[in-house]
Design a binder for this molecule. Structure first.
Ligand SMILES: C[S@@+](CC[C@H](N)C(=O)[O-])C[C@H]1O[C@@H](n2cnc3c(N)ncnc32)[C@H](O)[C@@H]1O
Length: 268
């Protein structure tokens, strides 16, 4: 319960996750039928990059600042939302900005202070339901807003030893409970063993229509550093694979070191 996203907001991991999240939401918006989103590790909604936490780490300078200074075409949708929304938008703010009148958003956050900030930010938006609880307690949450089209975002802090196991089990349970929803899970790359464990679990569970897209800023040789991150997506929408390829290539170009690389794997 020590993790506070304010120290990391706008870093390269957020840029990867949020740019791909915007692409998934844009895909849902291509049809008029309403969609529901469950953001299960929501955080506080928005972040002040000039505040003490973000200033202390300066992580955003290696992420969103570089994209604001020079925005490659595949990242324009995401970066223009960041410019428009003022404070750095966390996943709840990006999702809310792309909701239409009939769409629904469930925001879940466990930490009391983060939940209080999230509730204050959300205000009285009739499209939003707030929930303070464990992200992996899915009963009653899926499908979000009772809508069968939509997206579930898992974005845990990976503080707990068993996070990968819990996440892998939750992906399987979420898919069983609501087989038509897109599921997206962000993961950090410090070293490769935990990433391989997550990929193996998802492959063994035969979760359908997967795209796993990752940016390595550098080879993952020093496990004390965040060397990159990835997003694992189940039930990908049409055209997402090619959009993800363009997004991650643009992020590599702007954010990675000379020996950085991209990983993109798709499975039916
Ligand atoms: C990486 S941050 C979320 C950032 C947010 N999704 C965004 O992109 O702006 C992870 C959040 O999950 C919360 N958290 C950690 N474990 C949780 C759990 N088991 N259930 C719900 N929330 C949890 C933390 O308090 C933290 O705010």
């Amino acid at each position: 319960m020590n993790y506070r996203h304010a120290y990391h907001a706008g870093n390269h991991g957020d840029c990867l996750k949020h740019a791909l999240l915007v692409a998934l939401l844009e895909a849902l918006r291509r049809k008029d039928t309403p969609f529901g989103v469950a953001d299960l590790h929501a955080g506080r909604g928005v972040y002040d990059l000039s505040g003490p936490e973000a200033s202390r780490t300066g992580e955003w300078r290696g992420g969103i600042l570089k994209l604001l200074e020079d925005t490659p075409a595949p990242l324009r949708g995401y970066v223009s939302l960041v410019q428009r929304l003022g404070l750095y938008p966390g996943s709840p703010a990006l999702i809310r900005a792309l909701l239409r009148e009939g769409d629904r958003l469930v925001l879940n956050e466990r930490h009391p202070e983060e939940f209080a900030a999230l509730s204050a930010w959300a205000g009285r938006d009739p499209r939003i339901t707030l929930r303070q609880g464990d992200a992996y307690a899915l009963r009653g949450v899926l499908p979000p807003g009772g809508l069968k089209r939509g997206l579930v975002l898992f974005d845990p802090p990976y503080e707990a030893e068993d996070e990968i196991d819990r996440l892998a089990r939750a992906l399987v349970a979420a898919h069983r409970a609501a087989p038509t929803l897109i599921l997206a899970a962000w993961y950090p790359i410090k070293h490769l063993a935990p990433v391989r464990a997550l990929r193996d679990s998802v492959r063994d569970a035969r979760l359908p229509r997967r795209v796993d897209v990752a940016l390595h800023l550098r080879p993952p040789l020093d496990p004390a550093r965040l060397n990159g991150s990835g997003l694992l997506v189940i039930n990908v929408p049409w055209r997402f694979e090619e959009e993800a390829r363009a997004i991650v290539a643009a992020l590599k170009e702007r954010l990675a070191e000379a020996d950085g690389s991209v990983h993109l794997e798709a499975a039916a």
